[in-house]
Design a protein around this ligand. Structure first.
Ligand SMILES: [Zn+2]
Length: 264
């Protein structure tokens, strides 16, 4: 964009010396102005576009998205994942003090994982796929969910926490989002566990480890194998992994909305 203005003025200088080309010059200037405006608009609309070669990152939670606070509307769009497959293990960390803030977050009043219905159905298919794989190779695994739909008020509480404890770097570095896809009911944090014992598979770091060790690709040995196993299982039903958090997956739906209703 910095080069657009000089080329516009040089165009005007060269064409204005030739009578008969005045109309063409005006038309060209208009065209360049339109092109400049269009490219500026594109930059504004995509401030954080993923570099070429990385996976696409929709759906993005933007400030323009409406916030649903009506319980009936939320009930029509969100589903409890265990209503679709009761074998999915749910242990919502933000409903307990066992999370990075040390206290339950506002809006979490029950241990229930909600997602947009389409995403919840996809998750149930992942769980069934894991059961079928277990039947084949003898090791039965289950999904274990730490977070799913997150009320807007809980996200705001997380941001407040970063300011209270002087950890705004976590916002800047992408570990905590001020507007999260969890608010859309289109993101989920989870791991794999053994169905019989409940033992979580080794993944190299605990949940909510805010460091490069949690980046999905940064693991070796059995942890690397298990991360890829989780990623492959989720991708098979359309979820996309966030490459800075091995446990975080998102699902794409058109016209997402934010939700701020209490989890009960
Ligand atoms: Zn997450």
């Amino acid at each position: 964009m910095p080069r657009a203005r000089p080329s516009l003025s040089s165009t005007r200088r060269t064409t204005s010396r030739r009578p008969g080309h005045a109309v063409a010059a005006v038309a060209l200037r208009s065209l360049l102005a339109v092109a400049l405006a269009a490219s500026l608009a594109a930059c504004a609309a995509r401030p954080a576009a993923a570099p070429a070669g990385t996976s696409p990152a929709p759906p993005v939670n933007t400030a323009e998205l409406p916030v649903v606070t009506d319980q009936r509307v939320a009930d029509s769009l969100l589903a409890d994942v265990r209503s679709l497959d009761s074998t999915i293990v749910v242990a919502l960390r933000y409903a307990t003090p066992d999370n990075f803030t040390g206290a339950p977050l506002p809006g979490y009043e029950a241990n229930r994982a909600f997602l947009r219905r389409e995403a919840a159905a996809a998750l149930a298919r992942v769980q069934r796929r894991l059961a079928a794989d277990g039947d084949r190779d003898g090791e039965k695994l289950t999904l274990k969910v730490w977070d799913a739909y997150r009320p807007v008020r809980a996200t705001l509480a997380m941001v407040d926490w970063t300011r209270r404890v002087g950890r705004e770097d976590l916002l800047r570095d992408g570990y905590i989002a001020s507007r999260s896809r969890h608010n859309l009911g289109l993101a989920i944090d989870l791991t794999l566990a053994e169905r019989s014992s409940g033992r979580e598979l080794e993944m190299g770091t605990p949940f909510d480890t805010f460091s490069p060790a949690a980046h999905t690709a940064n693991a070796t040995g059995v942890a690397a194998v298990n991360r890829q196993r989780l990623k492959a299982a989720m991708e098979s039903e359309g979820f996309t992994n966030y490459d800075q958090e091995w446990w975080h997956f998102s699902y794409d739906l058109p016209a997402p909305v934010r939700f701020d209703v209490v989890i009960r």
